[in-house]
Design a protein around this ligand. Structure first.
Ligand SMILES: C[C@@]1(CC(=O)O)c2cc3[nH]c(cc4nc(cc5[nH]c(cc(n2)[C@H]1CCC(=O)O)[C@@](C)(CC(=O)O)[C@@H]5CCC(=O)O)C(CC(=O)O)=C4CCC(=O)O)c(CCC(=O)O)c3CC(=O)O
Ligand SMILES: NC(=O)C1=CN([C@@H]2O[C@H](COP(=O)(O)OP(=O)(O)OC[C@H]3O[C@@H](n4cnc5c(N)ncnc54)[C@H](O)[C@@H]3O)[C@@H](O)[C@H]2O)C=CC1
Length: 219
């Protein structure tokens, strides 16, 4: 498995199964995609006030009816999250026939082409860390996610700062110098320290770090 980031903007994610797992995946994909959940029953989580807007369709399709749901929704990705293994298998088969990405939530072992795993993720601004255990131990993925949560605090601001500096340096510095300067900024404890006081302050500290670097002094 090779981790990739995939943009689901303006696509549909079709989820079969409205239990706790269907709810978790729906929430996750709704951050970007149009989510449609097909299920005869829906977990209470779907009714929570902070639950994102998604389309709920109350139905219990039979395995033979699955392809028609694909035609109707035209999904970029489907999630098989029912408690019926046969139905989940039919969803995976329909996805395979149509080259649609499939996340099978009831399987951790061998996978077909187009089968994807949803990792545990931590976000801070535009920075995200994704953790997979290769399907071996989702509980461990969750635990590591909780550990890393505090670790990447301020990374979003650092990305914003160095994103701005990078755009500016592209106008003035040759690639080698720019690379060395940006590497020095992200490694500077002084810049990390002032980040919480705002980007403007951090920019001043970064300017010092970059100047030191340019003149060859040890940072
Ligand atoms: C293969 C994968 C497919 C996929 O769903 O993409 C899969 C499969 C299965 N999970 C099962 C169980 C649990 N899953 C969790 C939690 C999460 N599971 C997630 C992903 C994945 N789960 C993919 C692999 C990821 C990897 O590579 O590590 C996370 C990371 C992301 C998310 O789902 O959003 C999310 C944590 C989110 C967070 O908190 O950050 C917990 C822990 C808990 O609930 O506290 C338990 C109970 C404890 C345990 O079993 O470990 C079962 C058995 C079901 C049964 O026994 O019936 C199967 C099926 C099987 O094993 O056959
Ligand atoms: N990947 C993961 O992180 C995890 C995966 N699992 C797996 O995911 C499956 C679902 O787990 P839960 O959500 O906890 O189960 P659940 O029993 O709470 O939910 C199952 C849902 O599927 C619906 N359903 C049943 N037949 C259907 C049909 N024909 N079409 C559409 N929907 C249908 C049910 O109405 C229910 O809403 C489990 O069987 C388990 O194998 C379980 C825990 C974690």
């Amino acid at each position: 498995m090779i981790p990739l980031y995939h943009d689901f903007t303006d696509t549909t994610v079709l989820i079969f199964g409205g239990g706790s797992v269907g709810a978790r995946k729906a929430k996750r994909f709704a951050a970007e995609a149009n989510v449609v959940v097909v299920s005869p029953t829906f977990d209470d989580r779907f009714a929570e006030p902070e639950f994102p807007p998604i389309e709920r369709i109350r139905a219990a399709p039979a395995t033979t009816e699955i392809p028609a749901w694909f035609d109707r929704a035209d999904p970029a990705l489907v999630v098989a999250a029912t408690d019926d293994g046969e139905l989940n298998a039919a969803v995976a088969e329909a996805a395979d026939d149509r080259d649609v990405l499939i996340n099978r939530t009831d399987r951790a072992g061998e996978r077909s082409v187009g089968s994807v795993v949803v990792p545990a993720t931590v976000d801070d601004g535009s920075v995200s860390v994704a953790i997979s255990t290769g399907g071996q131990s989702p509980a461990l993925a969750r635990y590591l996610r909780e550990q890393i949560d505090g670790e990447i605090e301020a990374a979003g601001k650092m990305a914003e700062l160095t994103g701005q500096l990078r755009a500016e340096l592209k106008q003035t510095e040759p690639p080698e110098t720019r690379r060395a300067m940006l590497r020095a900024v992200v490694r500077s404890p002084a810049v990390w320290k002032v980040l919480h006081t705002g980007i403007a302050n951090a920019k001043k500290e970064a300017a010092r770090v970059m100047q030191d670097h340019r003149t060859g002094e040890d940072t």
